[in-house]
Design a protein around this ligand. Structure first.
Ligand code: PLP
Length: 393
């Protein structure tokens, strides 16, 4: 038995995506840059995927830059926009401040480390916004931090660890009123609720978070905005991202995006009910357990729980032995014993941060799986209690 409750780490490929990909893994293997018939077939697939994604997001096809996923999208969005908007920002003259960037302490490392790179190596000054105890960005601090040299603000729409959803309309209004560009990591939001890309100037997406293939994604970039490429090579993607397109990948991504968008609200409601049922069962089994993240402004599928007194690694291993796949903080941190920077930014005590587990539900999660996962936790709770009593005796 395997119960997969780690959909924020990745999702299984949906049938629609698999079917859309197969022709480009078999017969239609051409390079979209080739001018012959085989190339034209592949080019048509890439163009079609771009058109369909653009239609879903209500943007222009030319505003979509295909690439390898969210990490690359965040890097391109941040480095590319920051560099193109700073005068004299080349590392060689980094002693002169290249400009100012604002981000949030609870971002994914794809943003945190890209911004830190700009700060440490390219002369940018950075303001890291605080988040509240429930994980919401401090809007007053955002408004107060924007200054004439601010080049870019980057705030994620939904957090991967806690599911906390930021007030993007307000954030957008604050940035627009002050004429500052806004990038948002929308990786965890797409397919989980209705997102509004028109609120931002750039946004990052990863196909494997919405039932498409891994290793493909895109950056939405408002037309007319200059961006410096972060890699060098061919003239692909309108000179903004070199490299032969992942034809099967983008075909699968577009199909997955359509599939996942078809019933977002009904599916969200279904997952909320399963998640809340799971939490009620956990709270009975572990009276000291705490839910982390805003109870209202949160993705419908995400449950972040601190099992006070049981460290995350121990709990994850116990869950794994029971066949339950969950995660502690971001998947990229698995194997590391560091407490989550997201939970620490929310001011959680170290003990709570070190005992946090993220459960994230998805399209294939059933009520039966939730009941079975709760039974597994009941066995773990009993073993933990027995072990404690043994230690005291
Ligand atoms: N941003 C968020 C919010 C994520 O959850 C992830 C993946 O965990 C990423 C960025 C990076 O995505 P990828 O590893 O597909 O590049």
């Amino acid at each position: 038995m395997m119960i997969y409750l780690d959909y924020n780490a990745t999702t299984p490929l949906c049938d629609a995506a698999r079917e859309a990909m197969l022709p480009y893994l078999n017969r239609h293997f051409g390079n979209p840059s080739s001018v012959h018939a085989a190339g034209r077939e592949a080019r048509a697939a890439v163009d079609d995927a771009r058109d369909r994604l653009a239609a879903l997001l209500r943007v222009k096809p030319g505003e979509i830059i295909f690439n390898s996923g969210a990490t690359e999208s965040c890097n391109l969005g941040l480095l590319g926009l920051a560099r193109s908007r700073s005068v004299g920002s080349l590392p060689a003259v980094a002693s002169a401040k290249a400009g100012h960037i604002i981000s949030n302490k609870a971002e994914h490392h794809a943003v945190v480390h890209a911004v830190e790179h700009l700060e440490d190596h390219e002369g940018f000054e950075v303001t890291w916004l605080n988040v509240s105890k429930t994980g919401i960005v401090d809007l007053d601090q955002l408004a107060d931090s924007i200054r004439p040299e601010t080049k870019l603000v980057s705030i994620m729409t939904a957090n991967n660890e806690t599911g906390v959803v930021q007030p993007m309309s307000e954030i957008s209004r604050i940035c627009r009123e002050r004429g500052v560009l806004l990038h948002s990591d929308m990786v965890q939001a797409f397919g989980k609720f209705d997102i509004d890309v028109s609120l931002v100037d750039a946004a990052s997406f990863a196909s494997h978070k919405f039932y498409g293939p891994k290793g493909t994604g895109f950056l939405f970039l408002r037309s007319g905005l200059p961006i410096q490429p972060i890699m060098f090579g061919g003239a692909h993607e309108n000179q903004r991202r070199p490299g032969t397109e992942n034809v099967a990948g983008v075909a699968g991504m577009a199909a997955a995006a359509e599939w996942v968008s078809s019933d977002v609200n009904a599916e969200r409601q279904r997952e909320v009910e399963l998640r809340d049922d799971f939490w009620r069962r956990i709270a009975k089994l572990f009276p000291d357990a705490q839910q982390n993240g805003d109870p209202i402004h949160r993705l419908g599928n995400t449950l972040n729980v601190s099992f006070i007194g049981v460290d995350s690694e121990t709990m994850l291993m116990a869950l794994d032995l029971e066949g339950v796949c969950a995660s502690s903080g971001s998947a990229c941190m698995v194997g590391s014993v560091r407490a989550s920077h997201v939970l620490l930014a929310m001011g959680l005590p170290m003990e709570s941060a070190r005992s946090a587990i993220r459960f994230s539900l998805g399209r294939r999660t059933t009520a039966e799986e939730i009941a079975d996962a709760a039974d597994a936790l009941a066995r773990i709770a009993k073993r933990t209690k027995d072990a404690r009593e043994y230690a005291v005796a």
